[in-house]
Design a protein. Structure first.
Length: 248
């Protein structure tokens, strides 16, 4: 809208008449009345045409603008809540081109495939099984007396092994049926024989560090475990001792 114009018409109509307008200017009574009304009518026309009309147009334009602003607000709010990528933004533009298209978060209770970064199960027991580990509880997988080997296709397939050796000491030693135990993690089970030494309440690998009184030696490979020596207070109980293998 342009600036409103100003009224530039000379309104000194009466003052420009002569002192005897009916004689000098030859004006009739009707002419004189028209002269008196001319200034007011000029102002009226100016107000109606040059002030009121533009103001009304401006009011209409403001109303239309207000309506358009409301429409824009509605459209903006609607656009802001869209999740269908309306601008077609790519992963590379967000520096995410190295991220896979798999979901990065899964709510509890879903069995998410290992290939998708999950465990393939919704429980701890199931997850251990899916990832190549046995159940979370110890399960007996074999026992033997003396130096007889306990064989298995692959001990290294278990998450952990628990070796318990029961040494039937003499009753007069006050340590009848003492037990030694040790947990062997999968990483410690090799293809070649590894010798382990265990003692009551203590253990160590590679034939070392036993406490006095009760201890035993055994060998571990991926295919077999067997007792080598079992002593109770320096007495050899190897032939009568039992070795038990548990896994999880």
């Amino acid at each position: 809208m342009d600036n409103l114009s100003t009224l530039g018409t000379d309104l000194n109509i009466i003052s420009r008449l002569s002192d005897t307008p009916n004689i000098t200017d030859r004006l009739t009574a009707s002419d004189m009345k028209a002269k008196f009304d001319l200034a007011g009518n000029t102002i009226k026309t100016f107000i109606n045409d040059d002030v009121v009309a533009p103001v009304n147009t401006l009011v209409e334009e403001v109303g239309s603008l207000t309506k358009n602003v409301g429409t824009l607000t509605t459209n903006f709010d609607s656009h802001a809540t869209r999740i269908d990528n309306p601008h077609q933004v790519t992963k590379a533009q967000l520096l995410l081109d190295k991220v896979t298209n798999n979901a990065q978060y899964y709510p509890g209770g879903n069995d998410v495939a290992i290939a998708d970064g999950g465990t393939g199960a919704s429980s701890a027991t199931g997850a251990l099984a899916s990832l190549g580990a046995a159940a979370a509880v110890w399960t007996s997988i074999g026992s033997a007396t003396g130096t007889t080997a306990i064989t298995n296709n692959n001990y290294a397939s278990y998450h952990e092994l628990l070796v318990v050796i029961n040494i039937p000491c003499h009753t007069d030693d006050s340590i009848n049926n003492r037990k030694c135990s040790v947990v062997i993690p999968r990483a410690e089970i090799s293809t070649t024989a590894t010798e382990w030494g265990v003692a009551e309440n203590s253990w160590s690998g590679s034939s070392g560090s036993y406490i006095a009184g009760v201890y035993a030696l055994f060998k571990v490979t991926q295919a077999s475990i067997n007792l080598r020596e079992a002593y109770g207070y320096s007495t050899d109980y190897t032939s009568t001792s039992t070795i038990h293998i548990y896994a999880r």
